[in-house]
Design a binder for this molecule. Sequence first.
Ligand SMILES: [Zn+2]
Length: 458
Amino acid sequence: MSQKLLKNIDLVITFNDREETFEHCDILIEEAAIRDIGSNLNAAGDAEIIDCNGLTALPGFVNTHHHLYQTLFRGIEEVQEQPLFPWLIGLYEFWKNITPEAVYYGALVGFSELLRTGCTLTSDHHYVFPKGQPTTLIDEQIKAAREIGIRFHATRGSMSLGRDMGGLPPMEVVQTEEAILLDSERLINRYHDNGPYSMQRIALAPCSPFSVSRQLMLDSKDLARKKGVMLHTHLAETQDEERFCLERYGRRPFELMEDLEWVGDDVWFAHGIYLNDGEIDRLQGSGIAHCPSSNMKLSSGICKTTEIIRAGGKLSIAVDGSASNDGSNMWEEVRRAYLLNHLKYGTDGLTAYEILKAATRGGADVLGRDDTGRLSAGKAADIVLFNLNGIEYSGCHDPLVSLVCLGNSSLVSMTIVNGKIVVKNGKLTTIDSDEAAKNAHNTAVEIINRQRNSTKNN
Ligand SMILES: [Zn+2]
């Protein structure tokens, strides 16, 4: 049994069932899980002892919504200042050229930043499967997740409603519904691990009401419930989407989900900005992935975060795709969630504790996990440690406020995933970041140039 003993941690914020925090204590890790938290713990003779004096520990952040491939499409001048629909229409022209290699490197780039900013479990929503490319793109992401050592919930996204059929995306990036469902089943059979401390799960994720048919939503739901996997989609992100749903289906976006029985503990939605109060009360355990940077960048609106929490809803925090953020920095996202909440609610705003809880335990709950997102014996050893003793934190009387509002806490001292140290002193221990950065950038430049040249020549 391999053990690690994190000794003399200044402060441990657990988000456990009793909402405990501990000062000056140890965490004993055995294999993938936390064995004990307490003072003066003993470890086996061959245990690795790590001095954590001066450090604060939290459960690792859980990112519930991303589009990792977009890390290669940041700062594209053709769309940089556009709102969602024109932004998507412009970017589909580049995305239709993505290759398996691009998906692999895009994932490595996103995972790297997530891990270095304290995220230990991330979801991704990959929905672009261009014609003429292998469809094994999610396999590439899973390969990257295994190499770098992040806990990963891939979602098999899909787009079937192309422009010729009244949808938004061009026909080059939509697939037949038969192909989508076959590949969804293949991925679940091959990769989905429902056990405790699972490092990879699959969920099904038709992209949005304006890029798939009603039938695909129904078929995906049936397949997911038959196989016991979760469902995910974009919902109530913009007023354009609301208009689209009212015109095409005569229903508001969330009403459409209710009609389709896409509501409950096994469903989570990205954004949920344009949910009205009655809809927030009818979420029935469906989770929300709140993406503050993306919502600001695309001028989408502000999620009703306080109402969701006060109504007992499941709120989590997510970076969203890198082309609309443009980073994958969980610390920044936590801070922006706090600030955006306070812009909207003033003194009724969520506290630093509530925001951190949404980013950790809240995210785990949204993804259907009770084995991570909190620190206690028997839970996964997904732990992030950071140093609050720098001058940028001096004079702050509340470590939680320090974490959320102060200084440059974007790089953590240590990120531990499933009992393994994946980041140490801000650096990844598992991959050569310089090499990955070079390959990712070259792959991105090639795709962008190819598209720009073909537009010029037409
Ligand atoms: Zn998204």
